[in-house]
Design a binder for this molecule. Structure first.
Ligand code: F6P
Length: 456
């Protein structure tokens, strides 16, 4: 079997970073075939980019590259997170337009390509991840790489009219045609991409998922909804009840129900809207006051970017405001926490929660939604309140689907979750679990890699 080469901005080198859902998935994929995981080292060198680090563990070689302060500022904080991130999450109003950061994005991609190309063999399968790395295939091809190259976009694909706001959109998206397979989270993302190809790429959609560029090159595109290790999360959540942190949380509730949200502190997650919705819930449904505590875990993310700093202050204000208005001497309605918790502990928190609040304004998939479901106690499952704008809503239709902008609607969904009879909760949970058992993380990567291996 050919080697797998995974390329992503973040690399989970053992012992250096906490492994999120994606990291676990890619790690397991690499273990199956052996190979290389390549990307940014997470280190910032004050002067120069390009120092390479290697680390071997089992049959995986981790190869990572340092970035200079300037490249980190302009490529990661800049073009990736102040331009592409808001654009791909439909937030044209937040997009920063800068030729300087675009140049850095190209420069860092070229640096990565230059370090990676000599390590590749013709029969390797190269799987490149997410919006940080869009130009990689074109750059690798220019360096003579002939291996199969696949791309997976973890975030949403917006509509063509939004993408057209980016001055460099044609150059950037034309680069995608150097891949052999482009993967999206949902059919809707794929459709929007096909529209873009027709409208701006001047290419052809030969049949659903088979595209031809205006130069006559054929490539595949498909929807591959990412998932979780369903069986492992079930197991972790079952075992988590014994953990000190989980027991402490359970005791602290003093018999009240818990609603939980777990998100990176990011404006795409709809956190201010969620806080306000919870405030509305307390106003619109006074019968539930004092019976439900809302725990929002929101580790700080991309804290050097201004929008993220503003969001942080807004949430501090909002949580203070709601608590000021509704708290009792023995009850604080909102518990707002900026730290991260070990993954097994989180699964224990999910299992304790009567309501899972996953209400992003836009999200490629949202694995918290899937994990919340997999972590539930089958005998007494909680209710997922899920934004229709998360990719996960396409699969998890047993959730209470909400429009996160409609705060009265979200407030009413929280009330419905509190009032839902056990039988309905079980039915909804079983529907969702059936999907998660069938499309787990192993199925996801096998489907993607099989499609990438398939000749066109
Ligand atoms: O899942 C989307 C994603 O942007 C990943 O590519 C990224 O690694 C993750 O979210 C977290 O963001 P960051 O790497 O900027 O901390």
């Amino acid at each position: 079997m050919s080697r797998l080469i995974v390329v992503s901005n973040r690399v989970a080198v053992p012992g250096t970073s906490s492994a999120g859902g994606l990291a676990v998935a890619l790690q397991a994929a690499l273990e199956e075939t052996g190979g290389i995981w390549f990307g940014w080292s997470g280190r910032i060198d004050p002067d120069d980019s390009g120092q390479v680090h290697e680390h071997d563990a089992g049959n995986i070689r981790y190869i990572t590259v340092d970035l200079s302060k300037r490249d980190h500022d302009d490529y990661y904080n800049g073009f990736a997170n102040r331009t592409l991130w808001p654009l791909l999450h439909f937030r044209v109003d937040l997009v920063d337009y800068s030729r300087i950061t675009y140049a850095a994005y190209r420069r860092v991609n070229a640096l990565f390509a230059e370090k990676l190309a000599p390590l590749l063999r013709d029969d390797d399968i190269v799987w490149i991840h997410d919006y940080h790395m869009i130009p990689m295939a074109k750059l690798l091809r220019e360096l003579g790489v002939t291996a199969r190259l696949g791309f997976f976009l973890h975030v949403p694909m917006p509509s063509s009219d939004l993408l057209a706001a980016l001055p460099q959109h044609e150059r950037l998206f034309e680069g995608l045609s150097s891949y052999d397979l482009i993967g999206f989270q949902t059919e809707r993302d794929l459709e929007r991409f096909q529209d873009y190809v027709r409208l701006f790429g001047r290419g052809r959609v030969i049949s659903h998922g088979i595209l031809e560029t205006r130069k006559g090159k054929r490539l595949r595109a498909g929807a591959f909804p990412i998932s979780i290790d369903t069986a492992q999360i079930e197991e972790q959540a079952r075992a988590a009840a014994a953990k000190v942190g989980v027991k402490r949380l359970a005791t602290s509730l003093s018999g009240r129900e818990l609603a939980i949200g777990v998100d990176r502190l990011d404006y795409s997650k709809g956190l201010p809207e969620r806080f306000r919705s919870f405030g509305r819930f307390l106003k619109r449904h006074p019968e539930h006051r004092g019976k439900l505590t809302f725990l929002q875990i929101a580790p700080v993310s991309r804290g050097e970017v201004l929008e993220y700093q503003k969001l942080r202050s807004e949430l501090e204000q909002l949580s203070g405001h709601i608590n000021g208005a509704h708290a009792e001497p023995d009850w604080t309605p909102v518990r707002y926490v900026n730290r991260n918790y070990p993954h097994p502990t989180l699964t224990g928190f999910y299992r304790l929660s009567r309501v899972g609040l996953v209400t992003p304004l836009r999200d490629g998939m949202n694995l918290v939604a899937k994990e919340y479901v997999a972590a539930q106690d089958p005998k007494n499952p909680g209710v997922l309140v899920l934004s229709t704008f998360a990719g996960a809503a396409r699969e998890l239709d047993g959730a209470l689907l909400v429009n996160p902008y409609d705060m009265d609607g979200v407030a009413d969904a929280i009330a419905a979750a509190m009032e839902m009879p056990l039988e309905e909760r079980r039915d909804r949970w079983e529907t969702m679990m059936a999907v998660l058992r069938e499309n787990d993380i192993t199925a996801w990567r096998r489907k993607y890699l099989a499609a990438l291996r398939e000749p066109i």
